[in-house]
Design a protein around this ligand. Structure first.
Ligand SMILES: *Cc1c(COP(=O)(O)O)cnc(C)c1O
Length: 371
């Protein structure tokens, strides 16, 4: 990747703090560090799981799992995005002790064929059951057949049953979440008849925080470990308190100059000064994952003080109105796009300004060079 002028800083102490906070719920955790740990860096994230004695990690692709294993993480690695495994995938998963998540018959049959060709040791898998998300997973009604198929194939050893909640973060849909939990219990009961030791994993962040009793043996928090609350703004905001944001993003100010009353700036001359202003350009734009059309009121921070974004966001530059700063900013000064000292901008605020969710903000900005 060609480095940009945009710098992502990760506060691993905050990551530690968030994990400790979640561990207080009393459930085993399988933190979700897929997609490069939501843009934070999957390898250092895995170091901290190991340091805290967390025995499960959920990653995306098998390849991401390989990197985590080779980096030294010794716990269980579950690949959420393993799809249909080729014989090479099976070899990789076995060699690196990565547990693939099998979610359909094609995947199960391909794996069975690959293992028969290999004719070797039992192979650990996680089974995904669809309890109402309608994304990935065997229908609950097919779990008897799945159990029978597994029973007939000693090389296939299920260790984990997984399902995912669709609306756990929306209190008004609690009845749906409860139905998902019931469906999950049914699936678990079927699998447990043949495999009593299979562990159950249902809850994501919101499931762990607000549906703790039905969240399963092992929970899969993602967003909360990075310091954000999926239930922000709902009646259950308080279930996930005390989290600290882990990512901050800074860029240099590359130009500072006056803009006189009546003058316009940027592409489309989209901003016109109604009075004399002092403006500056920050070195970030849509190429760095900063949205081109943020809402009115979008801000960045200079020395901990918020300044408004004005005009049209360009590919690698965004304009700020610096007039009201109590000091004279200069080219080279640091601008915090998110996080940093003072009245820091949060991923939640950026999400509101961009019309999205903090997950996407972290993934987008996290693609820039990390310190
Ligand atoms: C991403 C993901 C999670 C984490 O969800 P959060 O809302 O970030 O806690 C959990 N389980 C699965 C299967 C996922 O894909």
């Amino acid at each position: 990747m060609i480095p940009s002028s945009c710098h992502v800083h990760i506060d691993w102490n905050h990551f530690r703090h968030n994990l400790c906070q979640l561990m207080r719920k009393g459930k085993a955790l399988m933190p979700v560090i897929k997609a490069d740990a939501y843009g934070h860096g999957v390898l250092p994230a895995s170091d901290i799981l190991a340091e805290l004695g967390i025995e499960w990690a959920a990653i995306g692709t098998l390849e991401e799992g390989r990197l985590v294993r080779e980096h030294g993480y010794g716990g269980n690695i579950v690949s959420l995005l393993s799809f249909t495994l080729s014989p090479e995938d099976v070899r990789l998963a076995r060699e690196k002790r990565i547990i693939p998540l099998i979610h359909d018959w094609a995947g199960l049959r391909a794996l069975d064929a690959a293992l028969r060709a290999e004719n070797s040791e039992p192979f650990d898998i996680a089974v995904k059951v669809d309890t109402g998300m309608a994304r990935l997973g065997f229908p609950v009604e097919e779990m008897e057949d799945v159990a029978a198929f597994l029973n007939a194939n000693a090389a296939l050893r299920p260790v984990l049953l997984i399902s995912h909640l669709a609306v756990a973060d929306e209190p008004e849909h609690d009845a749906y979440t409860e139905r998902q939990a019931e469906n999950f219990s049914k699936a678990a009961a079927i699998l447990h008849r043949s495999y009593p030791d299979v562990l159950c994993s249902l809850g994501n962040t919101a499931g762990l925080a607000s549906h703790t009793a039905s969240a399963g043996d092992v929970c899969r928090p993602g967003l909360a470990v990075y310091g954000y609350n999926p239930q922000f703004g709902t009646s259950r905001e308080g279930d996930c308190e005390g989290l600290l944001p882990v990512m901050s993003v800074s860029v240099p100010l590359i130009s500072v100059h006056p803009l006189r009353k009546g003058e316009s700036l940027g592409y489309g001359l989209a901003y016109t000064a109604e009075s004399d202003r002092l403006v500056g350009w920050a070195a970030i734009g849509y190429a760095d994952g900063y949205r081109r059309n943020p809402a009115e009121g979008t801000c960045m921070c200079v020395n901990g003080i918020r300044v408004p974004v004005i005009g049209r966001v360009a590919m690698q530059t965004t304009c700020l109105d610096l007039t009201d700063l109590p000091f004279t900013p200069q080219s080279g000064d640091i601008v915090h796009v998110m996080g940093g000292p003072g009245h820091a901008v949060t991923a939640q605020e950026l999400a509101d300004w961009w019309g999205t969710i903090p997950y996407e903000v972290l993934c987008l900005l996290g693609k820039n060079s990390r310190d």
